[in-house]
Design a protein around this ligand. Structure first.
Ligand code: SAH
Length: 214
């Protein structure tokens, strides 16, 4: 475990700080969450490398830098209720849970949701709820949310997510084509999203009613 802590600190120093991640909370969360436990055992030696990794079912855990950028763009202060679409391994949810009050994370693949739930519980995260459903429809019974993070790619930000975002809230999502997207940050002002474009990226597809058809 100690060895992984050293490698994790070095990941923050060499991959995140030089590329402009400044939020101390984000850097601390990235230093703390044991990413190696969220990847298959066979990939553990690569857990802190600068790359996305397969987590089974054709899905991937994002590169550490991408997780950090998305989290920084959410501008978390600590009291937010967050909705994440695409729980995958549960890693991003753990990062968010370090920095906010409550995280709801949706996953469409039951086996991934089960794995994420077990691991997050074993790590003691009590402020994360994992839900199996089509996240493109959001989570209407828990809405509205202060922040929404989509960790799978869609041609557009699904409309139900915009309506489930609080006024003044922030949504971050990779938007674009099947193999190339741009990270969009949208802030809800007077009911509409004011959007900014950030880094280019490649995420697995968001599959569902308001995403790509499965
Ligand atoms: N955030 C994850 C990685 C996400 S990979 C992590 O930290 O590990 C994207 C995930 O989105 C995949 O697990 C995929 O199954 C899921 N996904 C795709 N479309 C979805 C949808 N409509 N609703 C919920 N999850 C979806």
């Amino acid at each position: 475990m100690e060895d992984f802590k050293v490698i994790r600190d070095s990941m923050v120093k060499t991959q995140l700080i030089p590329r402009g991640i400044k939020d101390e909370g984000v850097l601390d969360a990235m230093k703390k969450v044991p990413r190696h436990l969220f990847v298959p055992e066979s990939s553990r030696h690569n857990a802190y490398e600068d790359m996305a990794l397969s987590i089974g079912e054709g899905q991937t855990i994002s590169q550490p830098y991408m997780a950090a950028v998305m989290t920084e763009l959410l501008e978390l202060k600590g009291d937010e209720r967050i909705l994440e679409i695409g729980a995958g391994s549960g890693y991003q949810a753990a990062i968010l849970a370090e920095l906010a009050k409550k995280v709801y994370t949706i996953e469409r693949i039951t086996s991934l949701a089960d794995g994420a739930l077990k691991l997050l519980a074993s790590l003691g995260y009590e402020n994360i709820q994992v839900v199996v459903c089509d996240g493109t429809k959001g989570l209407s019974d828990k809405a509205p949310f202060d922040r929404i993070l989509v960790t799978a790619a869609a041609p557009e930000i699904p409309e139900p997510l915009v309506s489930q975002l609080n006024e003044g809230g922030i949504i971050v999502a990779p938007v674009g084509e099947r193999f190339s997207q741009v990270l969009i940050k949208g802030k809800k002002e007077k009911g509409l999203l004011v959007k900014e474009q950030h880094t280019s990226c490649v995420f697995v597809p968001l599959i569902g009613e308001y995403g790509l058809k499965g």
